[in-house]
Write a protein that binds this ligand. Structure first.
Ligand code: C2E
Ligand code: MG
Ligand code: MG
Length: 606
């Protein structure tokens, strides 16, 4: 405990200091300008903004002094905060209170001191703006008093305006994201990251999903207690006086010095310690904390740093690691995602959408070689990005409202083409792909019906393919949609079967007609013993549950023959035909004698 005198309202004073979240924060330009001005105006070598903490005085701004803090016992300012307005010590060697003070007898050899209080709007004295000289002064007159008080009032104003910016997260009792962004800006402007001395770290305490599940199961109060316990555990693992910020619901952040090795060591230790179950009440929590780290460059944009930290910590979670350094490839992929989505948005909002087209890939009956239908696959050629694969842009679009427009366009174009073929008398079923999120829209079935009517297509010629991920959304609504689609006569296929949820209950409850065995099984089927066992088993399972089976990704005759021998109904793949334009498909159908149209169509074509 400090021997320095303590004001009567000490506990309120300390509470306010904590609430302001100002201790151990980076330099602030406004304070630094004031101390510079004070040193020049009074012609003294040292000017400081000091804050009196429980056991120490900490310098928020300093001119002419290397020290960042001293024990409270040695602080002249600990006395100054108890005096009305300004405390002046003309010669410390002549002052009983200070003549034996280590700051007087040793460096920086204080002789003259004048300190003006920094008083909060509640009347709590937090510290001082003080002047120090290494030689005694003879006088500190009323004009000097007034000037020092004016400068101190400017410091107080800055403190109050920082407070008014609402920099505090009440739940966690930590400075918030806005404060972190400002502090990072201050680091950047002060150039203290120049030699890459500082690193920033984001810690995701448990992942948003875990937190939401905890809220749903046990309520907000318990979930907040859990976060507070996680916060405390983290604080106990960090170097003392590290400022922790709250970035988002489950993410905290901090900035610290040291080499990459010391940082790696610290993050490794935190990761390990956080892997030990955390007890909150009677419940142990096993959630994994993950961290992302970034060495701060010379100058930077604070928002970019934050984004980089989040993506590094998410990458660590995805890869099953405790932490990862930010990798610029994350940034490249995010930039690419942004470019793709903005170019796609432009393409989709044109009056006439001409960057998109559909290619059609035939499916054939594996016993007879007859074409049983086609799958419409979306193609996009952007004027700025060139051809972009649907495997890249569809998953991105699914995270935005653009997927509605895409599906709307694909549905319309596929049905327009189906109706052209229907008018020629061809009964060529056209399948198109639907995203899981499309099936979440209550209006989806209505949109389909309207489109069918607009093009006058026989619903029996339309097939919908959706992946198993749709099953994870809202199974009840999905089932409803599928039943109404089938009632209209459309066919429903589960695409990429075997790669997603593959919950067997779905086979029982879901009204799908066809399973499309994913191409990853088919690709290695003849060389990989497991796939060789899985594919016939899937065919068998599908048949016994009264589904048709289509194998995707047939690239060789050997695969074609094996699948035919296992009784797989239909096949699709490069060996049969690659996806092609509608007119190329018409030629293919006309010129390929083995893979001819189904009998009824052939007669219609004649
Ligand atoms: P998918 O629906 O499973 O489509 C099959 C994909 O495999 C297509 O890729 C097709 O070109 C490719 N493929 C076909 N045969 C072979 C083969 O023998 N070997 C290999 N290696 N690949 C083969 P594509 O066109 O790049 O589409 C990729 C995925 O993008 C599709 O997988 C589908 O999930 C999605 N997609 C495509 N068009 C649409 C669309 O209009 N809407 C939605 N929501 N998704 C679409
Ligand atoms: Mg498909
Ligand atoms: Mg597929």
């Amino acid at each position: 405990m400090s021997n320095a005198p303590v004001p009567f309202n000490e506990s309120r004073r300390l509470a306010l200091l904590r609430e302001l979240c100002i201790l151990d924060t980076p330099p602030d330009q406004a304070f630094d300008l004031i101390t510079k001005l004070a040193s020049k105006t009074f012609n003294v070598p040292i000017a400081l903004v000091t804050l009196i903490d429980k056991e120490r005085q900490w310098f928020k701004s300093r001119v002419g002094l290397e020290l960042t803090e001293t024990p409270r016992d040695h602080a002249f300012c600990a006395y100054a905060i108890l005096q009305p307005e300004v405390m002046v010590v003309l010669d410390a060697q002549q002052d009983e209170r200070f003549k034996n003070n280590p700051l007087v007898t040793g460096s920086p050899h204080i002789r003259f001191y004048a300190g003006a209080q920094l008083t909060s709007r509640e009347g709590l004295n937090l510290g001082t703006l003080c002047l120090i000289d290494k030689v005694p002064h003879h006088d500190f007159g009323p004009r000097e008093h007034e000037t020092l008080l004016t400068l101190a009032a400017m410091v107080t104003l800055r403190l109050e305006s920082l407070r008014a910016m609402d920099y505090m997260d009440q739940t966690m009792g930590l400075p918030n994201r806005a404060r972190l962004l400002d502090d990072l800006d201050q680091h950047s402007q002060a150039g203290i990251c120049a030699a890459g001395q500082l690193a920033a770290v984001a810690v995701d305490l448990c992942g948003a999903e875990y937190f939401n599940d905890t809220v749903k199961a046990l309520g907000y109060r318990y979930a907040d207690d859990y976060l507070l316990a996680s916060r405390d555990r983290l604080i106990s693992l960090l170097p003392p006086d590290t400022t922790l910020y709250r970035i988002s619901a489950t993410r905290l952040g901090f900035v610290l010095g040291g080499t990459d090795e010391t940082l790696a060591d610290l993050l490794g230790r935190i990761g390990k310690a956080c892997a030990v179950p955390l007890w909150v009440g009677d419940i142990p929590h096993n959630a994994r904390a993950t961290m992302g780290a970034l060495r701060l460059p010379d100058t930077f944009d604070a928002a970019d740093v934050l984004r980089a930290l989040i993506s590094a910590s998410d990458a660590a979670r995805k890869n099953g690691n405790h932490w990862s350094f930010y990798d610029s490839r994350h940034h490249d992929s995010q930039r690419r995602a942004y470019q793709v989505l903005s170019a796609l948005s432009t393409a989709l909002h044109q009056e006439h959408i001409d960057e998109l087209s559909l290619h059609y890939q035939p499916k054939v009956d594996l016993r007879t070689g007859e074409c049983t239908g086609v799958e419409a696959l979306l193609r996009w050629t952007s004027p700025t990005l060139g051809a972009v694969s649907p495997a890249e842009f569809i998953p991105l679009a699914e995270k935005t409202a653009l997927i509605d427009r895409i599906t709307g366009w694909v549905m319309d174009e596929a049905m327009r083409q189906a109706s052209v073929w229907q008018q020629r008398g061809w009964r060529l079923p056209v399948a198109f792909n639907v995203s899981a999120v499309d099936l979440d829209r209550p209006t989806f079935t209505d949109e389909l019906c309207t489109c069918l009517l607009r093009h006058g297509v026989d619903p029996h010629l339309i097939e919908l393919e959706f992946t198993e991920s749709a099953l994870s959304h809202s199974p009840d609504r999905l089932r409803e949609h599928l039943l109404s689609l089938q009632a209209l006569g459309m066919t429903v296929s589960i695409d990429d079967f075997g790669t997603g949820y593959s919950n067997m209950t779905y086979l029982k409850t879901l009204a799908a007609n066809t399973l499309k065995v994913d191409q990853s099984f088919v690709r290695d089927m003849l060389t990989n013993a497991t796939d060789q066992a899985i594919v016939p088993a899937l065919v068998n399972l599908a048949h016994r549950t009264r589904h048709k089976v289509v194998a995707e990704g047939i690239e060789t005759l050997a695969a074609y023959d094996a699948l035919a021998a296992w009784g797989c109904d239909q096949g699709q793949g490069y060996w049969i035909a690659k996806p092609m334009t509608a007119s190329a498909l018409e030629q293919w159908l006309g010129s390929n004698p083995i893979r001819k149209m189904a009998a009824s169509s052939v007669s219609n074509m004649a």
